[in-house]
Design a binder for this molecule. Structure first.
Ligand code: SAM
Ligand code: SF4
Length: 332
């Protein structure tokens, strides 16, 4: 058996990607994620240390883990993230370390991250109107635009701009965001909003379906051309603009689950391993690490998590479908 085959679940999906949340803290307060009520954050001692994260990744890389994406919360509020990037990039078997960030601290960190070995950056940017941005996130658009600019200069392999598609909010932002991404040479991706538990006092948000985003783009640009070599494992359907300038990914996270090709595991900031964003079940990696578990024991638990993965999450017809917890806790 080849090493990659060891992370194969009961439906033949190979799990070579791990999303690691390095903190549940954030310097923004997006209404659809954290909301504006005071968040109860994990205590510092509850967070996995960098050493613990690296120990875990070393063990799983021997089972075939190849890609690590750092997320949060806002990963750049955790101290000295480049040090973690450098250590992860040096783990034998790890081919790629990437980051999902709100971009507001990138002007400070883009170059150090690139030097540390970060290859790819996804920057979350839902709109280009400063007032709307402030309303939705509590932050300043200008700091994100500066961060995007620094990321462009730092020379990452790819930069993607991720926009959550929200009804009555995103419609007028689709073309400006697409134009912005085309101008800076980034791929723009629109992701359907996924309802999360409504305990944060936020207004009720409805997703804007991927089909409507595609229709708006095609009404403006003409027929988009699906990219033939879109990775089978990518949740996005990627299109070329008709003039050949730029790419747009559309992710129907809610209306068309991409479970059949899901290759991801997730580790929360407090060390809970999950095999699906929608799963309630988790495996307590932190407890094992702090009990001094052997590499073999860690690997057995990861294999148990992969083995327990369901074939697909509940169908979108289920009107009650919600994320079990907000993304800043799950590690989006
Ligand atoms: N703070 C970083 C950021 O915003 O990029 C990383 C963590 S954030 C939880 C990761 C991604 O999850 C962001 O692109 C954010 O827009 C997205 N997200 C958060 N809540 C979501 C929801 N309910 N539905 C869809 N995407 C969501
Ligand atoms: Fe923070 Fe990202 Fe959640 Fe916004 S989406 S509140 S930036 S963790």
């Amino acid at each position: 058996m080849g090493s990659a085959e060891k992370l194969v679940d009961n439906w033949g999906r190979v799990h070579d990607q791990l999303r690691i949340s390095v903190t549940d803290r954030c310097n923004l307060r997006c209404l659809y994620c954290m909301g504006r009520q005071p968040a109860s954050y994990l205590s510092r001692s509850a967070l996995l240390t960098y050493e613990e994260i690296i120990r875990f990744v070393r063990a799983v890389a021997k089972l075939g883990l190849r890609h690590v994406r750092l997320t949060g919360g806002e990963p750049l509020v955790r101290k000295d993230l480049p040090a973690l990037v450098a250590s992860l990039a040096a783990v034998e078997g790890i081919e790629d370390v990437s980051l999902t960030t709100n971009g507001s601290l990138l002007s400070q960190w883009a170059s150090p991250l690139k030097e540390a070995g970060l290859r790819r950056v996804n920057i979350s940017l839902d709109c280009l109107c400063p007032a709307k941005y402030h309303w939705l996130t509590g932050g300043e658009l200008d700091s994100v635009l500066k961060g995007v600019d620094c990321a462009c200069r730092a020379g990452f392999d790819t930069i993607k701009i991720n926009a959550v598609a929200i009804r009555h909010f995103s419609e007028s932002e689709i073309i400006p965001l697409a134009e912005f991404a085309r101008r800076i040479g980034a791929e723009i991706r629109f992701i359907e909003l996924m309802p999360s538990p409504q305990d944060n006092g936020s207004p009720h948000f409805e997703p804007l379906p991927a089909s409507e985003v595609l229709a708006a783009l095609e009404a403006h640009y003409g027929k988009l051309v699906p990219l033939e070599q879109t990775s089978a494992k990518s949740p996005a359907t990627v299109y070329k603009f008709p003039d050949g300038n730029g790419l747009v990914g559309i992710i129907p996270a809610l209306t068309r689950p991409f479970c059949a090709t899901c290759n991801r595991l997730r580790l929360s900031a407090d060390g809970k391993l999950r095999n699906c964003l929608f799963a309630f079940e988790s495996w307590d990696i932190r407890a094992l690490l702090r009990r001094g578990a052997s590499e073999k024991t860690l690997q057995e638990i990861v294999l148990a998590a992969v083995n327990a993965k369901w074939q697909s999450r509940p169908e979108p017809e289920d009107k009650n479908l919600r994320l079990p917890m907000p993304m800043y806790r799950a590690g989006g």
